[in-house]
Design a protein around this ligand. Structure first.
Ligand code: 5GP
Ligand code: ZN
Length: 146
């Protein structure tokens, strides 16, 4: 992956402030942090999306993200809470197509947050939730993964 910015960081062709590294994972500071301490955790192998990455590799991304979150809380960096965010696809806000987990320290009044659509306050009917559950459950049976 010649041009992928995160692959370039892994190869050290581009500088990054590294938090953690092993054979499979690199964790480094986001260049444009939502809050100070915003870390990105990536697999070293280039997988663009959640549907591509091997479950075992994603489990490593998750485990390291969990550890970074715990470390943030004891780092002295302002961190009352943590968001783990993974944008999978452009409509979800993914801009770099090398899978990555954002580990974002949060504190009350930090100005970051989610934006909800106008219909959000209106709870769906149970039958609508049941229908969604049925469809997703049915689709899961065709995916050969845990
Ligand atoms: P996405 O929107 O794809 O979930 O997030 C991509 C993240 O990568 C953004 O938060 C952005 O600030 C970060 N980013 C983009 N280019 C670079 C870079 O060259 N170095 C670092 N450290 N972070 C980057
Ligand atoms: Zn890459």
């Amino acid at each position: 992956m010649e041009t992928c910015i995160f692959c370039r960081i892994i190869r050290r062709d581009t500088p990054a402030s590294v938090v953690f590294e092993d054979e499979e994972i690199l964790a480094f500071m986001d260049i444009q942090p939502v809050n100070p301490g915003h870390v990105l955790v990536i697999p070293k192998r280039h997988w663009a999306s959640l549907s591509d990455i091997a479950p075992e590799a994603f489990a490593r991304v998750s485990a390291v993200s969990q550890k970074v979150a715990a470390a943030l809380r004891r780092s002295g960096i302002r961190c009352e809470a943590v968001n783990l965010i993974l944008a999978d696809g452009e409509a979800a806000g993914q801009e770099v197509f090398h899978l990555h987990m954002h580990v974002i320290p949060r504190f009350a009044g930090d100005g970051f947050g989610f934006q909800f659509n106008p219909g959000y306050a209106q709870l769906p009917e149970r039958r609508e939730l049941d229908e969604c559950a049925r469809r997703i459950h049915s689709a899961m049976t065709s995916i050969p993964r845990p």
